[in-house]
Design a binder for this molecule. Sequence first.
Ligand SMILES: *Cc1c(COP(=O)(O)O)cnc(C)c1O
Length: 381
Amino acid sequence: MKFATKAIHAGLRPDPATGAVMTPVYQVSTYVQDAVGEHKGYAYSRTGNPTRAALEANLAALENGTRGACFASGLAAIDCLLKMLNPGDEVVSTNDLYGGSYRLFNTVFAKYGIKFHYTRMDDPSEVKALMNSKTKLIWVETPTNPTMKIIDIAAMAEVAREGKVILAVDNTFATPALQRPLELGADVVMHSVTKYLGGHSDVVMGALVTADENIAAEMYRIQNSSGAVCGPQDAFLALRGVKTLHLRMQRHGENGMHIARFLLSHKAVDRVYYPGLESHPGHETAKRQMESFTGMVSFSLKNDTAAAAHEVLKRFKIFSLAESLGGVESLAGHPAAMTHASVPADLRRASGVADSLIRLSVGIEDIEDLIADLDAALGAV
Ligand SMILES: *Cc1c(COP(=O)(O)O)cnc(C)c1O
């Protein structure tokens, strides 16, 4: 099956009891047993729930994996993955990291004796230089948030294979519609389903997908033991969102490209960060590993101050000032004060997050309206 067909059908079958075409919301905690230990595959909804199971199978198929697991949030999914490590183990991660992942690594897992190294990952030798016999995991996020850096997944897979460590990729920004890390050699893919996969700003959820049976066994053991599962209502909403993922990503990409070009030509704008632009340093790698370039566009102002950024953000009429991304509606944010507030200022600036940087999550509205809104807001500076 090809991608769009999988998005709509994979993991789903008409409800065996009624023939309902949509997987019902199995709003239930427990399941009757015919005899002790004899049941239809479900015993308790932390361990397994039919609505969640349909979504897990669907996401596994979309990433070309075999096993999926869904969690109460993206961070709960990362938490599950990190619990596969032991005290003393080391992780090499990109330094241009989602702020919440950085906080989870450094304020929660560092306490349990796991050591994190951060590097740019432009060059595989930088990663190799940080690896030793204790390294167990390489953590990649691409495109990165919010400066849209591109990391070569196949090159990192090579490093991971040589070092016999797990390669995990946070695929939240690209989604499997545009980029499938498992096909490029990664061992695990992580998602904040909250973003493009859900796509409608109505759910907080996370997922892991793998094709490795050992990782899958650990993933389900920890999912069931730690218990950070998503509820059936949320699984239903995510399933509904995923059915239009391919169409939404196509429009997000078209609108993103238009807006990146518009910003590039605007006199108030200093730099534009969008992997679809030929001038973007990761453009060639992005073209190789992604089908198109998403709706995430960041830019800094010639007047590089937080005050100038706040002035622009205040004037938007269609772009809403909000955290998060990936929904059908356009959002705008100020990473230095919002998503990256928990990253120390020196580390933040070093990774390219300027004080005036504005991050757009370009929605699927009419492009003429979005450009007019941007043009009017930029008039402020
Ligand atoms: C939002 C996000 C997360 C965390 O996901 P939650 O669902 O908010 O817990 C992780 N990585 C990236 C790239 C994100 O955008």
